[in-house]
Design a protein around this ligand. Structure first.
Ligand code: PGA
Length: 275
């Protein structure tokens, strides 16, 4: 295991690591109840130190999970997978940022590649959604990542820069100090084949460089960067050992309490805070 200091590459701004579980369209509210109870028991027994854990169930589970997390004071932050940018209106089937914040949601995934590619979420809508989330005092987890074709064509960095820039354009940098950016190469998601730690680390360092020029070094040093794509308990530590990777966005491996708790524990150990 490679321990890490938990400080930025500049050594000036410690960042609080964060591991997030994206359940996608899995688990109804009864299954959610069982999973969160189990997870709460497992995580409650560990010392997570400064490590933050968020879970992102489907909308229909949020109230159930909220009651459980608050009632049992679990060391878990409530997250959502998506939302509409508007506060209210004639948007059939959608859920708004204030609805989520009233439910105690603190993190919202914005612009996951499954939304971008499967539901036509444009870069412009990603940007307005990000603004909607921030307007309601929640923290966006902004997903960026190149497709296999873009990587093969050597267009990874321009793609990442464009996605990041278009999402935060015209926003006051001060409102983005809490931002989480998830680097998720599209080809690694659900593939059982993660990016190499070198590629993930290079992408994270590049993203921080772009953020420095867009938002200034103080904000860029406080933004947390996650890696996501086929993360499991065996490879989790390899990613967070990298100085610019501050956490993980986990899909499939977050669907079971034991596997997800193992990931959380191994990340906490990397930061020297597991028991
Ligand atoms: P995966 O999904 O861990 O199942 O690859 C990650 C994600 O889509 O966030």
């Amino acid at each position: 295991m490679t321990p890490r200091s938990g400080v930025s590459s500049s050594g000036e701004h410690p960042r609080r690591p964060i591991v997030s579980g994206n359940w996608k369209m899995n688990h109804d509210h009864m299954a959610a109840l069982h999973l969160v109870r189990d997870l709460g028991l497992r995580l409650g027994a560990k010392s997570l130190g400064k490590l933050e854990v968020s879970i992102h169930p489907p909308f229909s589970d949020l109230r159930t999970v909220q009651l459980l997390v608050e009632g049992d004071s679990l060391p878990i932050a409530l997250g959502a997978q998506h939302c509409n940018p508007e506060d209210s209106g004639a948007f059939t089937g959608e859920v708004s940022p204030p609805m989520l914040s009233r439910l105690g949601v603190s993190y919202v995934i914005v612009g996951h590649s499954e939304r971008r590619l499967g539901f036509g979420m444009s870069d412009e809508v990603v940007a307005t959604t990000l603004r909607g989330v921030v307007r309601h005092q929640m923290v966006p987890i902004l997903c960026v990542g190149e497709t296999a074709e873009e990587r093969q064509a050597g267009r990874t960095e321009p793609r990442l820069a464009f996605q990041l820039e278009s999402a935060v354009a015209k926003m006051d940098p001060e409102r983005l100090a809490n931002l989480v950016v998830a680097y998720e190469p599209v080809w690694a998601i659900g593939a059982g084949r993660p990016a190499s730690t070198v590629d993930a680390s290079d992408a994270a360092t590049f993203l921080r460089k772009v953020m420095t020029s867009l938002l200034g070094s103080e904000v860029a040093d406080s933004v947390r960067i996650q890696y996501g794509g086929s993360v499991n308990a065996e490879n989790a530590q390899d990613f967070v050992a990298e100085p610019d990777i501050d956490g993980l966005l986990v899909g499939g491996a977050s669907l079971q309490a034991e596997g997800f708790a193992d990931i959380v524990e191994s990340v906490a150990a990397c930061y020297g805070s597991s028991s």
